[in-house]
Design a protein around this ligand. Structure first.
Ligand SMILES: Cc1ncc(COP(=O)(O)O)c(C=O)c1O
Length: 378
């Protein structure tokens, strides 16, 4: 069997163990501690712009706290990108909120500002708008922020996949009222599992930390005036994050090399288009994805199966939320009638192996297999 090549597996270095060792040596393996504070500070410095961070057990927890902080109550509508992972939308329902899904645009695969405008016509007062930067590519953030501001509705930026990507020179994770990050196993940096809630509003982040530690009031005994959660990050896990932060830019550079190699490798195959991005954006290139044109002689499934036969992992595009059985009753808004952009990308798309441990030769092997499917020689 040839060597297994992954979609995007964790890439560890030496620094992480130093921080973990320190946590063990000081017996500070409990939640919170120096690594949590340090990881938050490292992230605040990296993102800049006066951002405050709360390190949490998962990106999903961060989305939930954002929804909770905005006071979503049963029946409240929240707009959210349809083309995303379920964790962008599910936490809305934890507090009884109702996700209304918004279609993608073709230029970024992210929330379409035209569809968002239409959504506001139908639902003038949603509680929030959750915009995802899919696969590490920034959405049309200025336009989306402007529309939200016109309606006085807060924007939550789901930057789970886009840490290190920039929009008009500004880091993703710094847009909207709050942003969220994920550090699960396949992300650009990982803590094995974890997330962060980010905001320029320090009071919101203080409140998030309070809610994430069971909403325990300042008192000698255990006093609770509201419902809280056990959502904080452990000090051991945060140590992995501190070590990984030192390699974030290196990871992004490697991801870009992968993207460039695919672009070069498929240059003469018009049926393959890589996931698009705006010229004012610099993605973090987390996953290189492709759509196959309707004229393509192979389907995305055939392509994935051909790679799997060679022990290479790839993955379908996220199935849009408006197509999920669990959200069958939820509304979906698109700019124009007909097949939605999100569905079209899902049906014609594939996530290509984007693991930064793949060597140039590994990448050549992947590209050779795919080129063969299109009748092209190496
Ligand atoms: C777009 C998006 N939002 C939210 C999440 C949730 O993050 P986590 O897995 O850390 O809970 C993820 C990743 O898993 C994601 O890809």
């Amino acid at each position: 069997m040839p060597k297994r090549l992954y979609l995007s597996s964790p890439t560890m270095h030496d620094g992480e163990m130093e921080y973990i060792k320190e946590a063990f040596e000081t017996n500070w393996v409990a939640p919170l501690g120096a690594n949590v504070d340090g990881f938050e500070q490292d992230m605040e410095e990296y993102l800049g712009g006066g951002i405050h961070a709360a390190a949490l057990s998962a990106g999903t927890a961060a989305v939930h706290l954002a929804v909770r902080l905005l006071g979503v109550r049963p029946g409240d509508v929240v707009f959210v990108s349809s083309l995303t992972f379920a964790a962008s939308a599910n936490p809305i329902t934890y507090d009884g909120g109702v996700p209304v899904f918004i279609d993608s645009d073709r230029e970024t695969w992210n929330m379409d500002p035209e569809a968002l405008k239409k959504a506001f016509e139908k639902y003038p007062s949603p509680k929030a708008v959750i915009v995802v930067n899919l696969y590490g590519t920034p959405a049309k953030l200025d336009e989306l922020e402007k529309i939200c501001a016109e309606h006085g509705v807060p924007l939550i930026e789901d930057a789970a996949e886009s840490l290190g990507a920039c929009y008009k020179g500004r880091q993703t994770g710094t847009f909207g009222l709050m942003s969220i990050l994920s550090f699960n196993g396949n992300k650009i940096i990982t803590t094995s599992g974890g997330g962060m809630l980010l905001s320029r509003d320090e009071e919101l982040i203080k409140k998030a930390k309070f809610l994430a530690t069971q909403a325990r009031e300042k008192a000698r005994h255990y006093e609770h005036k509201e419902i809280g959660f056990n959502y904080r990050m452990s000090n051991v896990v945060a140590g992995i994050g501190r070590g990984q932060m030192q390699y974030l830019d290196r990871h992004i550079r490697k991801k870009k090399e992968i993207r460039d190699q695919y672009a070069e490798g498929f240059r003469d195959i018009p049926e393959i288009s890589l996931n698009p991005y705006l010229s004012n954006s610099e993605p973090n290139w987390w996953l290189t994805c492709a759509t196959l044109s309707p004229e393509s002689p192979v389907s995305p499934t055939e392509l994935m199966e051909a790679l799997e036969r060679e022990n290479i992992e790839s993955r379908p595009i996220w199935k849009p939320m408006h197509m999920q059985p669990v959200y069958a009753e939820n509304d979906f808004i698109q700019a124009l009638p007909g097949i939605s952009v999100a569905e079209d990308i899902f049906l014609r798309g594939v996530c290509l192996p984007s693991d930064i441990k793949n060597t140039h030769e590994d990448m050549d092997r992947i590209i050779r297999i795919i080129r063969g499917l299109f009748g092209k020689n190496a």
